[in-house]
Design a protein around this ligand. Structure first.
Ligand SMILES: *[C@@H]1O[C@H](CO)[C@@H](O)[C@H](O)[C@H]1NC(C)=O
Ligand SMILES: *[C@@H]1O[C@H](CO)[C@@H](O)[C@H](O)[C@H]1NC(C)=O
Ligand SMILES: *[C@@H]1O[C@H](CO)[C@@H](O)[C@H](O)[C@H]1NC(C)=O
Length: 456
């Protein structure tokens, strides 16, 4: 597109394009080179003046010092002129000032900032060179700012995406890189913790649960790398996007249960399990999208069971009926294999309920966990999520203590372990998380978790 119009311009007004190029390039050239182009500057000064006889600086506003953004684009001519003080200084003379610069900016009137309305207002605020009237409210990342008596008054929340932290992590030696995820931009840290996680810390009963000992095979017996997605490609379920629903307790449980049922049934039952069924119906001591416990979810899966995702899709009815999220659309009785009524999604005929046996706690020995995953499928883990985790882009994540040490618990599905294990720095589990479907967060990233006692 750009190329085309450039070519077109070459046909029409070749000399002007040439000039715009000269003017643009001046900004980027070291001074020494400049004298070459300076030949005949008087000649194109005249040309320039005829080009830029418009009211450029009067519209654009004037700027002090050098400010390359303080320019005026003469679109019809593909040319740029400037209204900063710099345009009138320097060896080649005033070659790239807008035509009205001398009238508007180069006088005793205080230089005004770019985008300022003309004549300059007596009150109001600026942000990034833009002018905002008194009383304007703008959003600055997760904070809101109001222009009050020519000053911004801003709320003082800690944001989920902190540009300083991204920079700090990316310039440091943390072993991983950070990025700005647009879906997290504008959220406070508290909102991130509340809406993007959602598993309660392990309860006493969970912590006191007896670990099932494994047979603890020697480490050498294990392959270097194991991923459930390769071992059972048809039976492992992709993560769903929990969006702003803090219900990882339900998402991770439904996903692990579905995988395990598929593996246990030798591929006979591969349905996705309905997360929404858990969120909306398992409400005893659970808080839907505001968090819940994984032991509660497993108990519900044993006693009530859940239907398939097709029968009861996520956020089903959300578009029709927003309060529907908190309403349970299936009813089931203990021991029944089908729900009492038809599926909430009437396109799906099967209202079959899927159940799990009792959940158990795997021995925390590394080799026992590895053995468990290889034999029976993915396992669920509760992890601490620190504030910098929301910025994770690539590499092996470790909490950087400079980020602050607030954390909340989250639950994930562990899919295997990577070859890194052989580097003898403990188990690094593979897990998959889906934090963004729409905008760049690597959906099928394998996160490598390092048990807490090792990450310093
Ligand atoms: C981060 O992303 C948001 C949304 O895409 C954008 O508005 C913001 O300017 C970005 N911030 C930084 C520091 O890159
Ligand atoms: C599980 O759900 C996903 C979409 O969320 C779909 O692509 C996939 O085919 C489903 N799998 C089964 C076995 O229904
Ligand atoms: C539910 O299904 C299981 C296994 O298929 C079966 O053994 C059981 O009898 C069924 N229960 C009822 C109430 O039909």
């Amino acid at each position: 597109m750009w190329l085309k119009s450039q070519i077109l311009l070459l046909y029409c007004i070749a000399s002007e394009v040439w000039m715009a190029k000269q003017l643009n390039s001046r900004r980027n050239l070291p001074w020494g080179l400049y004298s070459v182009e300076d030949r005949g500057s008087a000649g194109w000064d005249r040309l320039k003046r005829s080009l830029y006889q418009g009211k450029s600086c009067r519209i654009r506003g004037c700027c002090t010092g050098r400010n390359d953004d303080c320019s005026f684009n003469i679109a019809s001519r593909a040319a740029i002129c400037y209204c900063d003080q710099f345009c009138a200084t320097g060896p080649p003379g005033p070659v790239d000032c807008c035509a009205d610069y001398w009238d508007v900016c180069d006088n005793t009137v205080e230089p005004t900032r770019s985008d300022e309305p003309w004549p300059p207002p007596t009150s109001g605020c600026y942000k990034d060179g833009r002018y905002y009237g008194e009383g304007t409210i703008i959003k600055d990342n997760c904070n809101s700012c109001k222009c009050f008596q020519s000053n911004w008054k801003c709320s003082n929340e800690v944001c989920l995406v902190r540009p300083d932290l991204i920079q700090n992590i990316n310039s440091g030696d943390y072993g991983w890189k950070a990025d700005n995820y647009s879906q997290f931009w504008g959220m406070t840290l508290e909102e991130g913790f509340k809406k993007r996680l959602g598993t309660l810390p392990p309860s006493h009963s969970l912590l006191n649960m007896k670990e099932i000992p494994g047979s603890s095979p020697p480490e050498g017996k294990f392959p270097e790398f194991f991923a459930a997605t390769y071992a059972w490609p048809e039976w492992i379920h992709d993560p769903l996007d929990q969006r702003n629903c803090g219900a990882s307790w339900a998402f991770s449980t439904a996903s692990v249960a579905a995988d395990r049922i598929a593996i246990h049934s030798d591929g006979e039952i591969t349905d996705n399990l309905s997360v929404q069924n858990l969120i909306s119906c398992d409400t005893k001591n659970q808080h839907g999208c505001n968090g819940g416990s994984i032991d509660g979810a497993w108990r519900y899966l044993k006693t009530h069971g859940v239907v398939s995702y097709a029968c009861y899709p996520s956020f089903w009815k959300h578009h029709l009926d927003p309060p529907g999220e908190n309403h349970c659309y299936v009813s089931s009785e203990y021991g029944q294999n089908y729900t009492n009524g038809p599926c909430p999604n009437d396109l799906e005929k099967s209202n079959r309920l899927y159940r799990c046996g009792s959940h158990y706690r795997v021995s925390s020995k590394e080799t026992d966990i590895m053995e468990e995953i290889m034999d029976k499928g993915p396992v669920q883990a509760i992890m601490k999520v620190y504030e910098d985790f929301f910025l994770y882009k690539e590499g092996i994540y470790r909490h950087s203590y400079k980020a602050g040490s607030k954390w909340k618990t989250h639950s994930v599905k562990l899919l295997g372990y990577p070859a890194l294990w052989s580097m003898n720095c403990g188990v690094h589990y593979l897990t998959k998380m889906d934090r963004n479907r729409n905008s760049g967060f690597p959906m099928k990233t394998f996160f490598i978790l390092i048990p807490e006692n090792e990450s310093q």
